[in-house]
Design a protein around this ligand. Structure first.
Ligand code: NAD
Length: 296
């Protein structure tokens, strides 16, 4: 069992840290939110009064923060992780952030001799609570091997994607596919409505045809066919539209920096911007059915 510092105890980090404590790791947690710290204490973690105290002397430090700016600040800022960590500490950033910041923070850590893995997750809040996340990991193979036992106590799969930044690259590629396929499914349901084809009938056919995809069969954006989908709870998240928009913007930034064309990603980002600006950012991302499909 490892001595783990855990920084960022929000919707994802809170249950992830709780699962580490449950598995028997010694977890020392920090968040700027007093409520989040209290929940971590109740879940069996010790709490620290600062980023530096959460990081000092740990074997492993895990961060689960909103975006690249917070990750850069928490690692490189005054009183940050890198000012306090012991030699040999393994850093694992599980936040979803831009590829350039992921690489740059890892390079700064490497100058001090520390490995820093980018290890964003798929699986959402439910996966974080159940300990069934998928980790997409970028960094050196020996550091990934060290991370596996700890990540394995929070997830069902740990996949080494490649060098530093490859985990974030995989994550934005995945969410680009997810957003585009969700919009396509919404468009199809909207069209079926207008042409008089029953939604359940469309679902039954497409789920056994070549249009089958996760957005349809696991997360159907119209109420009815998939009991567990947010569409049956008036689009309560789940995974918010605002989070999806953030990931689409990361995908666009990554595509631009690599000179890759991403026309459907650009369109998806524009549509999610309209949806969020209309006051729907806190809805589940499948709620875009209300705009694209002009549905219920
Ligand atoms: P969240 O906003 O619930 O949690 C972020 C936490 O970081 C908050 O508790 C906040 O107080 C804390 N924080 C911010 N700045 C800090 C600082 N300087 N020091 C210490 N703590 C600080 O967000 P979340 O839903 O837990 O998401 C975290 C990351 O995981 C994001 O990058 C998100 O894109 C990614 N992600 C989220 C989901 C999801 O379904 N929520 C799924 C996959 C990936």
């Amino acid at each position: 069992m490892a001595d783990v510092g855990f920084i960022g105890l929000g919707n994802m980090g809170g249950p992830m840290a709780a699962n580490l404590a449950k598995a028997g790791h010694a977890v020392t947690a920090f968040d700027i939110s007093a409520d989040a710290l209290e929940r971590a204490r109740e879940a069996g973690a010790a709490t620290a009064a600062s980023v530096a105290l959460a990081a000092a002397g740990r074997e492993v430090v895990i961060t689960m923060l909103p975006a690249g700016a917070e990750v850069s600040e928490v690692y490189r800022g005054e009183g940050g992780v890198l000012s306090a960590a012991a030699p040999g500490t393994l850093f694992i950033d599980c936040s979803t952030i831009d590829v350039d910041t992921a690489r740059s923070v890892a390079a700064t850590a490497a100058e001090g001799g520390w490995p820093l893995l980018d290890a964003p997750v798929s699986g959402g809040v439910a996966g974080a609570a159940a300990g069934t996340l998928t980790f997409m990991v970028g960094g050196e193979a020996d550091a990934v091997a060290r991370a596996r036992p700890v990540l394995g106590d929070m997830g069902k799969a740990v996949i080494h994607a490649g060098a530093s930044g490859a985990g974030q690259t995989a994550k934005v590629c995945n969410n680009l596919i997810l957003a585009v396929s969700m919009i396509g499914v919404c468009e199809a349901f909207g069209m079926a409505d207008r042409l008089g084809l029953e939604r359940q009938t469309l679902f039954d056919i497409v789920s056994k045809a070549t249009g089958q995809c996760w957005a349809l069969t696991s997360y159907c954006p119209v109420p009815g066919p998939v009991e567990a989908a947010p569409s049956n709870r008036d689009y309560a998240p789940g995974f918010t539209a605002q989070m999806m928009l953030k990931d689409l913007r990361l995908a666009q930034t990554a595509a631009a920096s690599a000179g890759a064309a991403s026309p459907l990603g650009a369109e998806a980002a524009a549509l999610y911007t309209l949806f969020c600006n209309a006051g729907n950012g806190a809805d589940d991302f499948s709620g875009i059915m209300k705009m694209i499909g002009q549905g219920d």
